[in-house]
Design a protein around this ligand. Structure first.
Ligand code: ADP
Ligand code: MG
Length: 241
């Protein structure tokens, strides 16, 4: 308890949950590959941000995580780096396999931004990422998925359409074992909960699930309970509702 209090004073990190891994202070504590460390260095990210300090070890230990921190606090890297690691630990994709990592976010702009944030890492990790959102031709997304991708970044509506396309032969979520709901509060506000729940129904129950949000209004508690398993809950900078 004393350590937890100290952490709050140092970085504004509040954390709850069973057996929470200790936060890291430096990238060198994160068990990242040399190449990944080099890329992070070249991006100019000297040390993890507070949400990264606590979310990183929690996610790396395999836990479900709820992370609440304001816009601009570095939530994207907090879920991307552990996702790359997770995917590299799985058997390679075989023909017709769907993605291993799935990131859902409410808007085309957010999906595009996350996809862009993946890019510096994809080549050295030998991973492929598809970005799929409404308002773009679905045939383009279908073609990209057919070529195979370990990662899909999408809006919920487009994923529902892709699952239904060509009698369900375009993609499947059977191999998804790492899921992120990013900007979950906006997803909720925009009424995406039914689509999100439908997508979760297509995934294995032993997946790892990560929920990131700028705010955590009470109304989202039931959604969180339904999709997360014994999560570590991390709040940076006070609880905003
Ligand atoms: P959020 O999702 O919390 O709104 P982002 O993940 O988009 O925030 O990150 C905000 C900005 O901070 C981005 O430009 C990102 O590249 C940068 N950033 C991420 N991690 C770090 C870090 N450890 N050090 C410095 N800048 C970082
Ligand atoms: Mg974000």
């Amino acid at each position: 308890a004393e350590l937890a209090d100290l952490r709050i004073e140092l970085d504004g990190i509040k954390v709850t949950g069973k057996d929470v891994p200790k936060p890291v202070q430096r990238w060198s504590q994160c068990a990242l590959s040399r190449r990944t460390l080099d890329i992070i260095g070249s991006l100019g990210f000297d040390k993890p941000t507070p949400i990264q300090m606590q979310a990183f070890p929690a996610i790396m230990s395999g836990r479900d995580v709820v992370g609440v921190a304001k816009t601009g606090s570095g939530k994207t890297l907090a879920f991307l780096l552990p996702m790359f690691r997770h995917i590299k630990d799985q058997a390679p994709l075989k023909e017709n396999d769907g993605p291993i990592g799935l990131i859902m976010t409410p808007t085309r702009e957010l999906a595009t931004q996350i996809h862009r944030d993946c890019k510096p890492f994809l080549k050295s990790m030998d991973l492929r990422a598809v970005c799929a959102y409404g308002g773009a031709p679905i045939k383009d997304h279908i073609a990209e998925l057919k070529r195979g991708a370990e990662i899909v970044v999408c809006t919920p509506g487009r994923m529902i359409d892709l699952l239904a396309a060509n009698q369900g032969r375009v993609t499947n979520l059977k191999r998804v074992s790492y899921v992120v709901l990013d900007e979950a509060d906006r997803m909720f506000d925009m009424g995406f909960e039914p689509q999100v729940m439908k997508i979760f129904a297509n995934m294995r129950p032993d997946r790892q699930t990560i929920l990131f949000s700028a705010t955590m209004p009470r109304i989202m508690d039931s959604l969180a309970k339904k999709v997360l398993n014994s999560p570590v809950e991390i709040t940076v900078g006070g609880k905003s509702v």
